[in-house]
Design a binder for this molecule. Structure first.
Ligand code: BG6
Length: 461
């Protein structure tokens, strides 16, 4: 194998998110929207999750052993502001403890302010992101975090995957029966999120002048199912709808011409105020965080024989998602594994926005099994990560400003629909959906493999 050495200051890391990993329910935190969610198979709710709340020191020692340069995690808004209004100093202290522990072990903290979770009180009072009041609540929360942690934390993210964050109707209480109203709400929520992150960014520049702040996108790489022009157009429309719509607004400060028309034609264009325009135009992110799992393929007409479960943003009258016959679906990844998609997607993003990028999520879900000798031989995950890191290398070699890589996830977390049946971690958490057990940490083979990648700063031939 060719020697593939990454730049000296490349940020090797790993990711988690608060509501999926922390647990510690009823301990210094209020009810979150995520607590109200039910995972179909059993009791793997977010109340215990991976019990990180009670394993902070042990988890940071594992990160240190792995050689991580950066840890991408998120703050639990409901721990910091249980009722969405008042500050809980003990909640802040928990993050001081985590951040101090990371810094003492040479790991850079990289928090996201909003990763799908918010105090349930904000949903009850205002209907969450549907209301402009939620913008004010987010900005207040962001300023508290900047003030509290800004002297120690220099790399931040505003909102994780805006597209997916507005999509789950149950977490956002977007439960109107009328589909048109639901769709209208969805774009209004999405608009409020952009506005919130832009206003927060303006405060960030004042309050943490030596820090960097970015947006995290669920990168969409969309292929036409055939070379028929109507399918090519469907793919272009899909990209407009699920990728550029959010990012154009947050980065360029306006929707694209076609997407504006799309929203107006359907009477779902969000309500905006004159004074918002100033915030939208300014306050650019310093970088883009990129989450990528797989590409997706679309066609113009609905194929009778195919139907895949899709998040709401993929339900559109302009395109239909289908299987890609060139890619092999896996147990949990319906679209199939596509490392080239990572390369294609990053090129697209760079061509449009010319911002530095860090991979904030990339990973392989599997129902891992503990072998009789106690090991977890997740060779499939090693293969997946190797192929994607190779694409990162190729991008860097070609001069794209990709400055870090954080696989999802550092340890097993509650996955959004399947709980602990579906695992992504480098570290196994010993629990099932129905039995919390001890939540003991067990290093998978991918842990040892990734440790070597970091040690060698890439792949040694
Ligand atoms: C990303 C999210 O969309 O995908 C994570 O940022 C999530 O929070 C991850 O866990 C994997 O998705 P899932 O549905 O398999 O848990």
């Amino acid at each position: 194998m060719k020697n593939k050495e990454f730049p000296k200051d490349f940020l090797w890391g790993a990711s988690t998110s608060a509501f999926q990993v922390e647990g510690g329910f009823n301990e210094e935190r209020g009810i979150a929207n995520s607590d109200m969610r039910h995972i179909p198979d059993g009791l793997a709710d977010y109340k215990t999750a991976s019990d990180h709340y009670h394993h902070v020191k042990e988890d940071v020692q594992l990160m240190k052993e792995l050689g991580m340069k950066v840890y991408r995690f998120s703050f639990f808004w409901s721990r910091i502001m249980p009722d969405g209004e008042n500050v809980n100093q003990n909640g802040l202290n928990f993050y001081h403890e985590l951040i101090d522990e990371l810094l003492a072990n040479g790991i850079q903290p990289f928090p996201t302010l909003y990763h799908f979770e918010m105090p349930y009180a904000l949903i009850e009072k205002y209907g969450g992101w549907k209301s402009r009041k939620c913008v004010d609540a987010y900005v207040k929360y962001a300023r508290i975090c900047f003030k509290e942690f800004g002297s120690k934390v220099k790399m931040w993210a505003t909102i994780n995957e805006q597209m997916c964050a507005t999509a789950p109707d149950d977490m956002n209480m977007n439960l109107e029966k009328d589909p048109h109203l639901r769709q209208k709400n969805l774009y209004q929520m999405s608009y409020h999120m952009t506005l919130a992150e832009k206003i927060a960014t303006s405060y960030f520049k004042e309050m943490v002048p030596d820090g960097k702040i970015g947006h995290v996108v669920a990168m969409q790489v969309i292929y036409p199912a055939t070379s028929a022009p109507e399918d090519v157009l469907a793919a272009k429309n899909a990209e407009d709808e699920v990728q550029w719509s959010f990012l154009d607004l947050s980065i360029k400060g306006h929707y694209s011409h076609h997407f504006t028309k799309y929203l107006k034609d359907r009477d779902v264009y969000p309500e905006m105020n004159e004074e918002d325009l100033h915030y939208l135009k300014e306050n650019h992110p310093d970088f883009i965080g990129v989450n990528y799992y797989a590409s997706c393929t679309v066609r113009a007409k609905y194929p009778e024989d195919e139907c895949t479960r899709m998040p709401p943003f993929y339900i559109s009258d302009q395109f239909y998602v289908v299987n890609n016959e060139k890619l092999k679906p896996t147990e949990w990844m319906h679209f199939g594994i596509d490392p080239d998609g990572l390369y294609i997607g990053i090129r697209n993003l760079y061509d449009r926005y010319e911002l530095p990028m860090i991979i904030t999520e990339n990973g392989m879900a599997y129902t891992d099994k503990i072998e009789e000798d106690g090991s977890i031989n997740d060779i499939y995950r090693i293969d997946y990560l190797t192929k994607h890191i190779n694409q990162c290398y190729k991008l860097i070699e070609e001069g794209y400003p990709l400055f870090g890589y954080c696989p999802w996830s550092f340890l097993d977390v509650v996955s959004s629909h399947e709980g602990f049946n579906k695992r992504y971690g480098l570290v196994y958490v010993d629990r099932t959906n129905r039995d919390v057990k001890s939540c003991a940490r067990i290093k998978k083979n991918s842990f040892y493999w990734y440790k070597n990648v970091i040690k060698n700063n890439g792949f040694k031939g």
